[in-house]
Design a protein around this ligand. Sequence first.
Ligand code: 5GP
Length: 219
Amino acid sequence: MNAPQTTTAPDSRADFPGNLFVVAAPSGAGKSSLVNCLLARDPAIQLSVSFTTRAPRGQEVDGREYCFVSRDDFERRIAAGEFLEWAEVHGNLYGTSRAWLQARMQAGTDVMLEIDWQGAEQVKAQFANAVSVFVLPPSYEELEARLQRRGEDSADVIARRMVEARVETPHASSFDFIIVNHDIDHALRDLQAVVAAQRLRYAAQLRAHPEVFAALAIA
Ligand code: 5GP
């Protein structure tokens, strides 16, 4: 099944209260560790829990890492327009709940989506103000070494992920920011810098400090 073409017009509601961050990367680049480190240090950001048709792995809990559903259920949700974006990744379907995201953003909560590049492009087309970040490994050799060290996947699966990484990585050029993940501490500082910069934008500062803008008569 192919990912949907985006038909919705770009969202120009610059006054959408919350900040929306979208992080993508090829498998093994260290995206999940990076996002988890950020969230542990920045509780003001909420991570969207995606729907997926893939089976739970290891210690994953339904409703925590993902909402695990059948393909039929997922397809019913597509038909009902429940997903802000969805895509097929590594043979499974993944999607972001439109209702969850809109409720958080309207409440002024900063939201993080950890999704693939196809989903990121769909989100950008709908929310022009979303901030997209692509995490790159230092090289394909290092990516393969990390997948092997992770020890989660068979040799076949690693070979498939490496083929997919060469397809996914060139899409980095359409993202707002690039983080090269040589080491997690440095990459975390880079991601925190992106978040901090977004929170310093005019609209975000006006939201955070309305009294200052009113006192200075610049609102
Ligand atoms: P995994 O199965 O390894 O957790 O995730 C596989 C890929 O699917 C990762 O690149 C992950 O970011 C992506 N993914 C997870 N949730 C979503 C989602 O809601 N939408 C899209 N488009 N991709 C997702």
